[in-house]
Design a protein around this ligand. Sequence first.
Ligand code: IMP
Ligand code: MG
Length: 183
Amino acid sequence: MDFNASNVKVSNVLVSKEQIARRTREIGHAIGEDYNGAEVVVVGILKGAVVFMSDLVRSIPETVDISLDFMAVSSYGDSTKTSGIVRIVKDLDCSVKNQNVLIVEDIVDTGLTLSYLLKLMHEREPRSVKVCALLDKEERRKVSVDVNYRGFPIPDKFVVGYGLDYAGKWRNLPSIHIVEITE
Ligand code: IMP
Ligand code: MG
């Protein structure tokens, strides 16, 4: 498989598919305990969270009554630098008023996307809102956000795979890899 464009190279595995699978099962179990017998709207943030979300929901026991919804936001364009501007590209299909909402994100970086989403979600008067993110680049945070279920803290490196992309590519890699970009 040729991962390598001229100035962009996919390098070593940072988080392996086995590590992801194990951690996802643990998080699904924790969600099962916290929401035992309750209804939860699991909201995936397109497109990056789709791969994680599809594994996560199958790790949540059937004692939790889940439904799925999606939002798409845009803040990056095709660059690796955050613009700080968050635009809703696709909104939820259903009302979340009086619902338990669990937002599923691929990665929290500056926190700008998530803090915007949380503000928007709270305006819709849900019963509760929690956040589950596979990856957390905590040292990059510009605004503080609560991540209730977190897969892995990672260093300040741009990563791809398992749903995460660089310019739309490499979402299909089963593990998380670091991207090396040379100008
Ligand atoms: P934030 O608003 O800076 O927290 O950015 C969050 C969004 O930026 C994520 O949902 C990703 O779409 C994207 N992002 C941040 N870091 C990475 C990365 O290392 N690889 C791929 N996408 C990233
Ligand atoms: Mg994303």
